[in-house]
Design a protein. Structure first.
Length: 88
């Protein structure tokens, strides 16, 4: 749409011509990486002293499953060559 056409040059801090990501995508990716790294560290510290059958690992394992699912689907949407953009 109009908004993403206007911020396309902002990727790579405007220093690199034809950078494939905008500043919004870079910001969201950094936020996601920070969120995942903090969640993994906290989950590991809380769950490491327990066995799998205690149920303490459920949140960590379900979070990793959802992370894998979202990563695969978002990569399919973002980098698909057959994906057509709809003008709003």
């Amino acid at each position: 749409g109009y908004f993403f056409d206007r911020i396309a040059w902002t990727g790579g801090l405007g220093l690199v011509q034809d950078f494939p990501f905008s500043v919004v995508e870079e910001y969201l990716a950094l936020g996601l990486l920070l969120h995942v790294s903090v969640a993994l560290k906290r989950s590991w510290d809380i769950s490491i002293n327990y066995c799998l059958n205690t149920g303490r690992w459920n949140m960590l394992l379900s979070g990793l499953t959802i992370l894998f699912f979202l990563t695969m689907h978002l990569a399919d949407i973002r980098f698909s060559s057959e994906m057509k953009y709809t003008m709003l």
